[in-house]
Design a protein around this ligand. Structure first.
Ligand SMILES: [Zn+2]
Ligand SMILES: [Zn+2]
Length: 442
C-alpha cells in the first residue's frame, strides 16, 4: 500500500472517531490541571490508549503516559508523538478550575486530543503492520514552567530533579530509545496560518529571588526595619534600566513577578519573593542577560542594606525544528488545508521544553489554528474544534506514515542529516551546570 493510500485510510478512520476526539479535547478543556499534577487527564489518556489495545505505562515523571507500538515490518527508528497534559494559572479565565486557577489558556488540551486521535486513526486503520520501527504515543507533563515553589519542594523531597516535564523525562531515560519526536501546538494567531512551522524558539533560565529585610512596626518604628519590598522594587527598576542593553537579535525577555510582597500591612516587609525567566534566542545571549539581571537584583539589596538570595534554575533550551521533518509536515498541511493557509512562522520568543529535546534529537513543533484570543490570557478559547482537534490528529498520523512506512525511509533520511548539538549525557550535564544559588548581603 502506498503512503498516500495509508494516509487516506487513516484520515477516514480519524473522521469516523471525530466526535470522540472532539469530546476528549473539550473534556480536558473544562478539567484543567497544573503541571506534574495532571492526574485526571493522565488517567483519561491511559484509559483511551488501553481501549485501543495498547499497554501504556504511566506515572512517568509523576504523570506522563507512554504507549509503544512496534511496526510489523521489523525493527527501525522510534518516532514519538507527544501531547502536553498541563494547563496554567490565568486569572479571570472563564474555564479556570475554581480551586487551582488552572486554565487551558495555551491549548494543550488540543494536543492531547490530537495525540489520542492520531493513535485511534493509526490503530483503527491497521497502519502499524505497514511500518518499520516503532511509534510511541507519549502524553507528557508540565511544559508550562510555573507553580515553581511547589516544584522546588518536590525536588527537595527527591520526587523531581528538573522542574519541566521533558527535561525530567530525559533525565529519567524515557527518551533514551526515541530517535525523533513531534508535537503540534495550537495557535490563536491568525498570522501563523492554519498551520505553520517556526524556525526556532527562545530558550530560558528560571530564577527565584528572595529579598530579606528586617520586620518592624510600620507606624511606630519604621526606622528599625529594612524594607525588603523597596529593595525588590529597586531590583526590578534596575532590570528595566538594563533592557536597552539587550540586542534586538537576541530577543531577550525578562518578565518578573512578585509572588510574595509582605506579611501584613502594618509590618515593614522583611520577606519578598520574585520569580522570573530570562529568555533569549541563544544560550550565550541568555547567559549574558542573566549576568546583568543578577547584577540588577543585587542593586536593590545594596541600596537598602537588605539581603538577596538569587536561585537560578535550568529552564528550557532554545528550539530548532528539523527542516526535513518540517518539509514533510508542510506537504501534508498544504494538501489538507491549502497552500494559502500555511504560514512561515519564523522565530518565536516563547520557550518550550521541545527545545531541550531538539538538542538531543530531531524534532518538529508546528502550530495549528482553531483557537482565538491571546495565549496565556483569559480570552483564549478553542473556536474551531475540527481545526484544533481533528486536523492535528491527521497531521501527526500522516507524519508517522511519512517517517516509518516504506521501510522507514523518511525517518532514515531525517536521521542521516540531523545534527543535534548535544548527547543526552552532555545535555544533562549542561542543564545541571546552570543551577546556582547566590546570597548577596547589601
Ligand atoms: Zn504556554
Ligand atoms: Zn503551550
Amino acid at each position: 500500500m502506498t503512503k498516500q493510500e495509508l494516509k487516506q485510510r487513516v484520515y477516514e478512520a480519524i473522521d469516523r472517531r471525530g466526535d470522540a476526539i472532539v469530546g476528549i479535547g473539550e473534556r480536558i478543556r473544562s478539567h484543567p490541571e497544573l503541571g506534574f499534577k495532571e492526574m485526571k487527564t493522565a488517567a483519561m489518556v491511559t484509559e483511551t490508549l488501553r481501549g485501543l489495545g495498547l499497554a501504556p505505562r504511566n506515572g512517568l515523571a509523576l504523570t506522563g503516559v507512554r504507549a509503544d507500538v512496534a511496526g510489523g515490518q521489523g525493527p527501525g527508528p522510534t518516532f514519538a508523538l507527544l501531547g502536553e497534559l498541563d494547563a496554567l494559572v490565568v486569572a479571570g479565565h472563564p474555564l479556570a478550575d475554581a480551586e487551582t486557577g488552572a486554565a487551558h489558556a495555551c491549548g494543550h488540551n488540543a494536543q492531547v486530543a490530537g495525540l489520542l486521535g492520531a493513535a485511534m486513526g493509526l490503530m483503527d486503520a491497521g497502519v502499524p503492520q505497514h511500518l518499520t520501527g516503532r511509534v510511541v504515543f507519549f502524553a507528557v507533563p508540565a511544559e508550562e514552567y510555573g507553580d515553581i515553589a511547589w516544584r522546588v519542594e518536590q525536588a527537595r523531597a527527591g520526587k523531581l530533579e528538573f522542574l519541566g516535564g521533558k527535561p525530567e523525562l530525559l533525565r529519567l531515560g524515557h527518551f533514551d530509545d526515541v530517535d525523533l519526536a513531534m508535537m503540534i501546538h495550537t495557535t490563536p494567531r491568525a498570522e501563523d496560518g492554519k498551520a505553520g512551522v517556526p524556525t526556532s524558539n527562545n530558550g530560558c533560565v528560571v530564577k527565584t529571588v528572595r529579598y530579606v529585610g528586617r520586620a518592624a512596626h510600620a507606624g511606630g518604628a519604621p526606622h528599625m526595619g529594612v524594607n525588603a519590598l523597596y529593595a525588590a522594587q529597586i531590583g526590578l527598576a534596575a532590570i528595566n534600566a538594563i533592557r536597552e542593553t539587550f540586542r534586538d537579535e537576541d530577543t531577550i525577555r525578562v518578565h518578573p513577578i512578585i509572588t510574595h510582597g509582605g506579611s501584613q500591612v502594618n509590618v515593614i516587609p522583611a520577606d519578598v519573593r520574585i520569580e522570573t525567566y530570562v529568555r533569549g534566542r541563544s544560550v550565550e545571549a541568555i547567559l549574558d542577560a542573566n549576568v546583568k539581571v543578577d547584577r540588577a537584583l543585587r542593586a536593590g539589596a545594596l541600596a537598602l542594606g537588605a539581603k538577596v538570595e538569587i536561585e537560578t534554575l535550568p529552564g528550557y533550551l532554545p528550539m530548532t525544528c528539523d527542516p526535513t521533518m518540517a518539509g514533510m509536515f508542510k506537504e501534508n498541511a498544504v494538501v489538507m488545508l491549502g497552500a494559502e493557509n500555511f504560514g512561515q512562522v519564523g522565530h518565536r520568543t516563547g520557550s518550550t521544553d521541545m527545545g531541550d529535546l531538539s538538542h538531543v534529537m530531531p524534532v518538529l513543533h508546528p502550530y495549528m489554528g482553531g483557537a482565538r484570543g491571546t495565549g496565556h490570557a483569559a480570552d483564549f478559547e478553542i473556536v474551531d474544534t475540527s481545526l484544533a482537534y481533528i486536523a492535528p490528529a491527521k497531521a501527526l498520523a500522516a507524519m508517522v506514515i511519512d517517517l516509518l512506512a516504506d521501510g522507514a525511509r523518511g525517518a532514515r533520511e531525517v536521521l542521516a542529516t540531523a545534527r543535534p548539538p548535544m548527547t543526552r549525557e552532555k545535555y544533562l550535564g549542561f542543564q545541571r551546570g546552570l543551577a546556582r544559588r547566590e546570597v548577596y548581603e547589601g
